[in-house]
Design a protein around this ligand. Structure first.
Ligand SMILES: [Cu+2]
Length: 154
């Protein structure tokens, strides 16, 4: 995949330091850190995915949609606690990321894969796509990791 930014042609760079250590995908001024998902039991209809999307540019970026061929739909959810009861609510897209800011999709605000077409198996990789409001897209793999949810700190 190639992206045209001004006159420079930048290849999509993917740094892989082993599935357990996380990876990142960079295109222009957008960096996606450690895209990953948790394994699911056979027959599960939903799965959760996590990543951090960093905007190193000088303008805000808007995430218009998320998708993967292995699920019917992809949503962003926030988790709120009311006493002991945990509720997940969908967040409406687009989500804007200010210059120099990042969107952290981890436990409290995660990506939900809805209508899974196959179970997510540890150490597998599944394709994922982020579409921005300016028409650009980034495609990369989610790593399926046993400790995906607790893997926040880098
Ligand atoms: Cu959720």
């Amino acid at each position: 995949m190639r992206s045209y930014l001004g006159v420079a042609i930048l290849p999509l760079s993917v740094a892989i330091s082993g599935p357990a250590l996380g990876h990142e995908v960079k295109e222009g001024t957008i960096k996606i850190e450690h895209p990953r998902a948790a394994p699911t039991p056979a027959g599960a209809k939903t799965g959760a995915a996590y990543m951090e999307i960093v905007n190193n540019g000088k303008a805000p970026v808007e995430i218009k949609s998320l998708s993967t061929p292995i699920a019917e739909a992809v949503e962003v959810h926030t988790v709120t606690m009311t006493g002991e009861i945990m509720r997940m609510r969908p967040v409406e897209l687009p989500i804007s990321i200010a210059p120099g800011e990042s969107l952290k999709l981890s436990k409290d605000r995660h990506i939900m894969l809805i209508g899974l077409k196959k179970p997510l198996v540890e150490e597998d990789m599944v394709p994922f796509k982020v579409e921005f409001a300016n028409g650009k897209t980034m495609e990369f793999d989610l790593y399926i990791e046993g400790d995906a949810e607790d893997h926040d700190a880098h």
